[in-house]
Design a binder for this molecule. Structure first.
Ligand SMILES: [Zn+2]
Length: 562
């Protein structure tokens, strides 16, 4: 594998030298004396990404030697060194810490350390009736304190939605100060999917609870959620680690930390918790299933007595960043960030049926990084520099909760206000010759028309989101830029022709499994086409006259835009 890679890389750099020589001689050749007019300058060469280069990058990044590129491991660091090396080769300027391509990211991992203890009691002095681990509840974890202990009254707040734009406040008339908030998982089904994903987020709910002085959050499973993701499945994952990051002050970044997650209760657990409440389990869940999802909210008759433990550890990793500076004296201070995550899931404890333990992450996301490297080559080889500056950013710890991107978006190595747009590449499925793409978020800003122009210039159709129920707009790194007010777009290969089957097959058979490897019939020519499309998009965004901006009244623009 390594040998093959070296050969392909050597070939592509030879081609690079050759084309550079040719254009120099053409431009500087003296005119023959008999010519009446100077010849027209040669047309700017069209950038053609190379299938071989896509293959070379992916072959290295998804090789077993990189051991699944998990954030904080040697395999990830090798991958980061590889990307930094390619950035240097292309002539990008370092855009990490100081004069380096690496931006050190002080990560913090956290996971449940014990099964915890939960009990319901009638009043502060009532008898404690324990809830059962695994059948009634699974404990929550957080990165701020090793132990969270509460013994406090509980308040049920429905979905816990606070949405001024809808005239809705599920906390209206309730006093939750010093109490434990009980919320339903998810958000009302009638909400637009991406807005629903925002309101369904644990972080959103925690922040609202913390703002009102609550001291913890209990989440209740709903029958709707049970159909999509059964509570019992959590028994396999409850000890899995998540990550956050440390501020320069040393404090762990965890918005809403004063209302930490205590536990998630199963349907059985929810029934026990709601027993004796003004409204019973059946009524609540029936109302929660309405599109509007409004339920009564009330103080519960029982108290929660709980102790949950987290193991918290520091992890060092790094984002990789390089920049090509813009040519326009004014616009160069605006930055287009092209991002892709470099990490994946590492090595599994158990081998799959083929004896494989390594999460190679060929599509998730070696394909996105390879695409980004080809787009970077397009910019550095173009005779015209982009008008705006373009930062190429390979981020760490996406698989741990979009953490490397969160770190960069909060602590950018460029002036914060300069980030004008983000284009993210995550898991382009490159196993078929795609003819359409989906651009998540495009309709929310003036990035939409730019993306459309770029796609149409290549005869590629822009299709609507085929999986609205997945809420994909909030599930990859670009969302961390959205949260900082930056208009963003995230591209996925589309469902036309063989697309739907190829994509659903990938999700069912290989997504987050060791067999997301190089042996899945990768169509590197489709990869080159995807790189070309992303180059055209980034180019449009870098060169367009007006600054990228949210559409008037857009939900995310209103919520996070400045
Ligand atoms: Zn993934």
């Amino acid at each position: 594998m390594a040998l093959k890679f070296l050969k392909a890389a050597a070939l592509s750099s030879a081609a690079l030298v050759l084309s550079a020589c040719v254009s120099i001689t053409t431009a500087e050749a003296p005119l023959p004396p008999s010519d009446p007019l100077p010849p027209l300058p040669p047309p700017a060469p069209m950038f053609e990404p190379s299938a071989e280069a896509m293959k070379a990058h992916m072959t290295f990044l998804a090789s077993d030697l990189l051991e699944g590129r998990e954030a904080g491991t040697r395999g990830y660091d090798v991958a980061a060194a590889y990307v930094a090396g390619r950035f240097e080769e292309l002539g990008l300027k370092p855009a990490g810490d100081y004069a380096s391509y690496l931006q050190k990211t002080p990560l913090v991992s956290y996971a449940s350390a014990t099964k915890g203890k939960l009990a319901l009691r009638a009043g502060a002095k009532g008898k404690a009736v324990p809830l059962v681990f695994g059948t009634d509840y699974l404990p929550g974890a957080q990165p701020v304190a090793a132990k969270v202990a509460v013994n406090a009254p509980m308040v049920f707040v429905g979905y816990g939605v606070v949405a001024p734009e809808r005239g809705r406040d599920d906390y209206a008339g309730l006093d939750v100060k010093g109490k434990v908030v009980v919320v339903l998982t998810g958000a009302p089904s009638g909400f637009q999917t991406e807005e629903r994903a925002h309101y369904a987020g644990g972080k959103t709910k925690r922040i609202e609870a913390a703002k009102r002085g609550a001291i913890g959050v209990i989440t209740l499973q709903t029958p709707m959620r049970e159909k999509v993701r059964p509570f019992a499945r959590g028994l396999n994952t409850w000890q899995g680690s998540s990550m956050s990051w440390r501020e320069k002050s040393g404090a762990v970044f965890f918005p809403g930390a004063s209302a930490p997650p205590i536990a998630t209760l199963s349907l059985d657990g929810a029934k026990k918790l709601l027993l004796g409440a003004p409204y019973g389990y059946e009524d609540i869940m029936r109302m929660a299933a309405d599109p509007d999802g409004r339920t009564p909210t009330f103080a519960l008759p029982k108290q929660m007595q709980a102790t949950v433990d987290s193991k918290i550890a520091g992890v060092q990793s790094a984002n990789v960043a390089g920049v090509i500076e813009g040519s326009d004296p004014t616009l160069r201070d605006q930055v287009i960030v092209l991002s892709a995550h470099l990490d994946h899931e590492g090595v599994s404890e158990k081998a799959d049926k083929n004896g494989d333990k390594i999460y190679n992450g060929a599509m998730d996301n070696a394909s996105g990084i390879a695409t980004m490297l080809e787009v970077a080559r397009g910019f550095t080889q173009s005779p015209d520099r982009p008008r705006r500056s373009v930062v190429f950013l390979a981020v760490t710890a996406e698989e741990k909760g979009l953490v490397g991107a969160d770190y960069f978006a909060n602590n950018p190595t460029v002036p914060k206000g300069s980030m004008a747009a983000n284009v993210n590449l995550d898991m382009p499925v490159l196993t078929y010759p795609f003819s359409d793409v989906i651009a998540f978020g495009a309709e929310r800003s003036n990035l939409g028309p730019a993306v459309r122009r770029a796609a149409e210039s290549m005869g590629v159709k822009l299709s609507p989101d085929p999986l609205p129920e997945e809420g994909l707009f909030t599930r990859s790194d670009h969302y961390r830029f959205v949260e900082q007010g930056v208009p963003s777009v995230f591209l996925m290969t589309g469902f036309e022709g063989p697309g739907r089957e190829a994509f659903t097959k990938f999700l069912a058979e290989r997504y987050h499994k060791p067999n997301d490897d190089l042996d899945q019939g990768i169509d590197y020519a489709a990869g080159a086409k995807f790189a070309k499309l992303n180059y055209e998009i980034a180019r449009e965004l870098a060169d367009m006259d007006e600054r990228p901006q949210w559409n008037q009244g857009d939900f995310f623009g209103q919520l996070f835009g400045k």
